[in-house]
Design a binder for this molecule. Structure first.
Ligand code: ADP
Length: 159
């Protein structure tokens, strides 16, 4: 059984992430989308809220599970018996960061391979942070995130 882990902040999940999840689910027997609890970042949503939004977005994809984890991603991969770590690539700027991350992970644990999926051109510009910037100033984010996520964002910014 080929288990893939798609780790990330997902603060919040966007159509760009969902596109990667749909495609990654086709090349793995089981895909675990995992929210990383990272104390260095200051997320807008709690881990539980992020997990819930992902669950809602992927409910129709049968071989996808959603979890959260903290600590080293490679240790989490080991624990889950995963063979692949999935990451998305948008631009050259992503590449430099992702390459360093993948090489470090490979040295830490060589039984898991990082698989990069190129962004769908439709979503090449899209990031969780740009979504937050647009909604903060009242812009239309319906092309960026599912309705459920849009509602959660509106609730956050109305507080
Ligand atoms: P992280 O903090 O781990 O970068 P993100 O939630 O920002 O968490 O991203 C998780 C993964 O999804 C990364 O590999 C990132 O490059 C990828 N990703 C984010 N947005 C897109 C997009 N629009 N298209 C393709 N991949 C994306």
């Amino acid at each position: 059984m080929k288990i893939g882990i798609y780790p990330g902040s997902f603060d919040p999940i966007t159509y760009g992430h969902i596109d990667i999840i749909e495609r990654a689910s086709k090349i793995t027997d089981k895909l675990i989308v995992s929210v990383l609890e990272n104390r260095d970042k200051h997320p807008l949503f709690t881990v539980e809220e992020r997990v819930q939004m992902i669950e809602n977005a992927v409910k129709n994809i049968p071989n996808v599970e959603v979890e959260s984890f903290s600590g080293l991603t490679v240790n989490y991969c080991k624990e889950k018996n995963a063979s692949f770590m999935i990451r998305g690539l948008r631009a050259v700027t992503d590449f430099e960061y992702e390459l360093q991350l993948a090489q470090t992970n490979r040295i830490l644990y060589d039984k898991v391979d990082t698989v990069f999926l190129l962004t769908n051109l439709k979503y090449a510009y899209l990031s969780s942070s740009s979504v937050k910037q647009v909604i903060e100033f009242g812009g239309d984010i319906s092309n960026f995130v599912p309705l459920y996520v849009e509602q959660k964002l509106k609730e956050k910014y109305s507080k």
